[in-house]
Design a protein around this ligand. Structure first.
Ligand SMILES: Nc1ncnc2c1ncn2[C@@H]1O[C@H](COP(=O)(O)OP(=O)(O)O)[C@@H](O)[C@H]1O
Ligand SMILES: [Mg+2]
Length: 254
């Protein structure tokens, strides 16, 4: 299964992606986590030391060929994983897309082509692939994620975040992606939950997960500890496990 996690900046995409990846790996799944944010943070959220996460060797655009039907890797995907993936805790394998090294470097077309080719070729092999996207809708407008099986839109319970989800859902609907779901995050009250549920009802979206505000999640972030390893994060982790179950991701529970 290939799952892309999208939404407004700060909504919780990286924290949820890392937690889904770690839980799936603990359940015995073969997990590939793709950091598709040009400002990469997924490595540390998975539990890599910042120094190691900083040495992630992105898949080179030279390994991508463009052909009719989209970008494709020029090597078998297992070779690409062997060469470029970094091993994170619980056996998660992390791949990155290139981040700009310098100012005025130009556009990220090549990096997007890499993610698109990877997602196309990672479909085989019974893996659980989770893609942590950047806040920009560019992954959707470019069709970078056209090969995923589902897009999970993370929404905080406030207007601008929900509006971002509405716009992104409209773009996903134009891609050949079979499923789009909403996950509500940072819910502090039943009213918060009702607001997102009402929004989903109104637009006909599937609300697949509801994740409570959890103080310990922020504390884990500040300490650079993955939430699955941080005592006190259980409400968050349990809710992400329930989301995984709703998505039928290969997760047997925290
Ligand atoms: N349910 C939650 N409760 C409390 N803090 C949260 C929760 N979800 C995410 N956060 C915090 O919100 C901030 C942004 O999360 P992050 O996953 O980096 O968002 P994104 O990747 O969407 O930009 C981080 O400090 C994270 O620890
Ligand atoms: Mg992020």
């Amino acid at each position: 299964m290939r799952l892309a996690v999208a939404g407004k900046g700060g909504a919780g995409k990286t924290t949820i992606s890392a937690t889904l990846a770690r839980l799936a790996a603990r359940s015995g799944a073969s997990v590939v986590a793709v950091d598709a944010d040009a400002n990469p943070n997924l490595g540390v959220a998975l539990g890599l030391a910042a120094q190691i996460a900083g040495t992630l060797d992105p898949v080179a655009p030279a390994l991508v060929s463009r052909r009719l039907g989209g970008a494709a890797l020029t090597l078998p995907v297992d070779d690409v994983l062997h060469r470029h993936a970094v091993s994170a805790p619980d056996g998660v394998r992390l791949l990155g897309m290139g981040a700009p090294a310098h100012a005025e470097e130009g556009c990220l077309c090549a990096a997007h082509a890499v993610v698109s080719a990877l997602l196309g070729d990672l479909g085989d092999g019974g893996r659980f692939v989770v893609v942590d996207m950047e806040a920009s809708p560019e992954h959707l407008s470019r069709g970078t994620v056209r090969h995923v099986d589902a897009v999970c839109l993370v929404a905080e319970p406030y207007y601008r975040s929900l509006e971002t989800v509405r716009r992104m859902a409209g773009l996903v609907a134009e891609l050949p992606v079979p499923r789009v779901v909403v996950v509500a995050n940072k819910l502090r009250s039943p009213l918060d939950r009702e607001a997102v549920a009402e929004f989903c009802d109104r637009h006909g979206y599937e609300l697949a997960g509801v994740v409570p505000w959890t103080d310990a999640v922020g504390a884990a972030d500040r300490r650079r500890v993955p939430v699955v390893d941080q005592p006190g994060c259980e409400p968050f982790v349990d809710a992400v496990a329930a989301l995984a179950a709703a998505l039928r991701a290969p997760i047997s529970g925290p």
